[in-house]
Design a protein around this ligand. Structure first.
Ligand code: SME
Length: 157
């Protein structure tokens, strides 16, 4: 996918996702639909959510291969994005100290924290690619916009 095709795809799916999430009470349903729409349209290797439960992230709705179930705060890319409260883009997972390898095929990754209206992190969106350096500022911008649709949920578990 070229950079302009990627931007066009994101422009197409953002309003779809906003419509899908609007008025949905059960947060897990929204996580499931968002993972499905991103995964199908962007052709990523793995697309899913980990939801916050105490000091751990638990595997939530996802598309792709079976994955690690429980990640402590501060561990791996997911736990680090949660602890730091910001998006982490990893061009090469082998160069990220403490990266948690759920699949040996995963080569690059982006993790975006999901904030609620009260400013708490309720989940993280984790996307993996089987090629190096897949994610950049364009992905960061659009994925951060996508997770804003989840602000209305104060918790998922
Ligand atoms: N690689 C992640 C773990 C989750 S899997 O990629 C689905 C991490 O280091 O946090």
């Amino acid at each position: 996918m070229t950079q302009s095709e990627k931007i066009a795809k994101y422009e197409e799916i953002v309003p779809q996702i906003e419509a899908l999430v609007s008025g949905v009470e059960y947060g897990i349903s929204s996580l499931a639909n968002i993972a499905a729409v991103i995964h199908r349209n962007m052709n990523f290797f793995w697309t899913g959510f980990y939801v916050v439960d105490g000091d751990f992230l638990l595997l939530g709705p996802f598309q792709g291969d079976a994955a690690c179930i429980r990640i402590p705060k501060g561990k791996g890319v997911c736990g680090s994005a949660w602890a730091q409260g910001n998006t982490i883009v990893v061009k090469d997972v082998e160069e990220f100290p403490g990266h948690i390898a759920c699949s040996s095929l995963s080569k690059s990754e982006i993790v975006v924290p999901v904030f609620s209206n009260s400013g708490n992190i309720t989940a993280v969106l984790d996307i993996d690619s089987d090629t190096l350096a897949t994610f950049d500022d364009v992905d960061k911008k659009y994925l951060e916009k996508i997770v804003e649709t989840l602000k209305g949920y104060e918790r998922f578990v």
